[in-house]
Design a binder for this molecule. Structure first.
Ligand SMILES: NC(=O)c1ccc[n+]([C@@H]2O[C@H](COP(=O)([O-])OP(=O)(O)OC[C@H]3O[C@@H](n4cnc5c(N)ncnc54)[C@H](OP(=O)(O)O)[C@@H]3O)[C@@H](O)[C@H]2O)c1
Length: 319
């Protein structure tokens, strides 16, 4: 793909969006269109449509989203459902009107049923009940996947939906109330290290198993997908196929093991305790990344090294 291709990154200041921008820059793309949330509420269709009609991107990454951990999802289910639906309806309708050729819509592995066979294959979509703690968010994301597929079928669009596993990396949300587990653990371990009680308390039993992917590895996968040569791209977006592609590291561990690893990186050597009164979420979640791996992508950042650079980012921004 020509490096002067206009590319719109929706949500460019977020964890995934900022990594996509870094990857586009690294690959030499020099026409990247961005707007902050303050400049433009992408859930508002008319101004979003105006922007896309004016700028005419040929590629769009949908990394704008309302995102949060179990606590935030439980506290505000309406927001997670309605805000995400509004965003994706606005962005995808506008992209259709502006004739955006390639869209990579970002969902999440929570779209898959709670009890689906692991690793979670793309074909597991809608094969059973969802995990209740983030069902409203998952249903919004499933609607986003369905919208991409429906546009492909009804209007001959050629849009993709990528489903990353749990993400982390520089630019993460380290807020204890709204952040995801790894970023929250980094903050807790850092604060526990400096505190008097020297105790790190972790939500849940510690037994849940999770897979983590560095945002920069995700970004390499997403830019690879968006820039695939025509013949390869065409097979992914053929109207008969749900245009879903999982992206996972294949590196799985328990929350207990994760807490120990984070503590080691942070230099916290006090007690790690678990609070089983708090929810674990799904017992195990690892995605089947055969499809993206068949396209030549592999994660490059190991978990310990990735956590170390993320901790550097946390300290540079919050300490
Ligand atoms: N983080 C993960 O672990 C994870 C895992 C799997 C999948 N994903 C997926 O990856 C995507 C991006 O997640 P992320 O972790 O990068 O989220 P994030 O860090 O919270 O970034 C989301 C970005 O979207 C922007 N945004 C939200 N609503 C907007 C609106 N109405 N108009 C304009 N901008 C808006 C936010 O801006 P403000 O902050 O200014 O509102 C923020 O910059 C999501 O689709 C998510 O499902 C994330």
């Amino acid at each position: 793909m020509d490096k002067s291709t206009p590319v719109f990154v929706a949500g460019h200041r977020g964890l995934a969006g900022s990594a996509i921008c870094r990857e586009l820059e690294r690959r030499g793309f020099d026409h990247v269109i961005v707007r902050t949330h303050r400049e433009l509420d992408l859930a508002q269709f008319e101004p979003t449509r105006e922007l896309l009609l004016r700028e005419r991107p040929r590629v769009m990454f949908v990394a704008a989203s309302k995102v949060g951990g179990i606590g935030a999802n439980s506290a505000a289910p309406v927001d997670f459902l309605v805000d995400n639906l509004a965003l994706q309806i606005s962005l995808l309708r506008a992209a259709h009107e502006a004739d955006v050729e390639r869209v990579v819509f970002l969902g999440s592995s929570c779209i898959y049923p709670r009890d689906a066979a692991q690793p979670l294959a793309e074909s597991a979509l809608l094969s059973g009940p969802l995990e209740p703690t983030n069902r409203p968010y998952a249903i919004a994301k499933i609607a986003g996947v369905e919208m991409c597929w429906a546009y492909n079928r009804q209007f001959g669009r050629r849009w993709l939906a990528a489903m990353p596993t749990n993400l982390y990396g520089p630019g993460d949300n380290y807020d204890l109330a709204t952040g995801h587990v790894l970023a929250a653990l980094l903050r807790k371990a850092h604060e526990a290290r400096g505190g008097r009680r020297r105790r790190l308390s972790v939500w849940g039993s510690g037994q849940a198993r999770r897979e983590f992917l560095h945002a920069d590895d995700l970004a390499r996968a997403l830019v690879l997908l968006a820039t695939l040569p025509e013949t390869l791209y065409a097979t992914l977006v053929a109207p008969d196929n749900c245009p879903l592609v999982n992206v996972g590291s294949g590196e799985e561990l328990t929350i207990r093991e994760l807490a120990a690893l984070v503590a080691r990186v942070v230099g916290f050597d006090g007690d790690i305790t678990f609070d089983p009164s708090k929810p674990d979420g799904v017992p195990r979640k690892i995605v089947d990344s055969t499809r993206i791996r068949a396209l030549g992508w592999r994660p490059a950042i190991g978990l310990a090294a990735g956590i170390a650079t993320t901790y550097d980012d946390f300290r540079s921004r919050h300490v």
